[in-house]
Design a protein around this ligand. Sequence first.
Ligand code: MLT
Length: 391
Amino acid sequence: MNINENYLNLEQSYLFSTIAKKVNEFADKNPDKKIIRLGIGDVTLPLCKAVIEAMHKAVDEMSVQGTFRGYGPEQGYDFLRNAVKDYYAKRNVELELDEIFISDGAKSDLGNILDIFGKDNTVLVPDPVYPVYVDTNIMAGRKVVFANANGDNEFLPMPDENVKADIIYLCSPNNPTGAVYNKEQLKKWVDYALLNNAIILFDSAYECFISDEDLPRSIYEIEGSKKCAIEFCSLSKTAGFTGTRCGYTVVPNALGKLNKFWLRRQTTKFNGVPYIIQRGAEAVFTEQGQKEIKENIGYYKENAKVISETLTRLGIWHVGGKHSPYIWLKCPNNMSSWDFFDYLLENIQVVGTPGAGFGKNGEGYFRLTSFGSKENTIEAMKRFEKLFSDK
Ligand code: MLT
């Protein structure tokens, strides 16, 4: 029996598990302290009314023999795929139904998609970025090279013709920095991918936070992209589905075998998202659903504003929060990311995410999420004010 030794090349635990462990240990030792969690990007507002009503209706259907559903189609029910298709059409992106695959979230599909690619591909990953891209490729033993994101390129690395990559990850709006590619910049990536016969794995999980109509919310707004890009999106941040789990992946037919391979992979290894959840997801795309989720997104954006204004007052350098739920800040006094994490936890019991957890270029930076409650966000910022104005 051989084990997959590639796992030995991973950090001992997943970034957000490490943070949770540290915070729980602190909480056990300090039961009287109120911890405010602005670390993992987990939503706090409940599912909106339209979604809940649709789910209740679906639960009732499940209790009647005539409307009960067992196994559903692995790639998702047509009613939800049609809703996603219409959602794209509103932005002038025409998709075929068989290009849309309903999933239990972008995280799973971003990892699972690697099943349809050979091992001998060079993978290009921006640094810093969502750690799942790197970890899943390390597990598979693939060669990973990095595209440096930093203050000089406003955390938006561009293709380097001297680097030959086969699989390219892009995340826009970016997790963790909140940076968003504009159309011209994305076109350069598409051109690079077409020229190098590479594939772009485009993570658009935060597209609904984009507030500028001119910024692309889907890579398919860029000409030529259907021949070189797979897009992953999620209702986690859009509509509060972090616990309920539902997302969608688009694999264009123009990618040839990849569409059929992904269908083959999914029908073999996945049994689809529960009917009740898919009915809830369908409601997100209705007029009422869109109105309600926009209110929730607006609430989180207000939190982002509170965080940003406080940091500005304190003279702490930061970006993000405008087209994204994340604020990316420079750790004061040249502290390392993890030292700053410990410092905040010890002194004001505010939890964030150390930038180093997103890659080596994240060292010295720190991420705060706006997904907390309004009250907790205000309280966390009061604690920041007190801590940093005392200095
Ligand atoms: C994050 O905090 O980066 C995200 O919540 C992680 C995720 O979406 O899986």
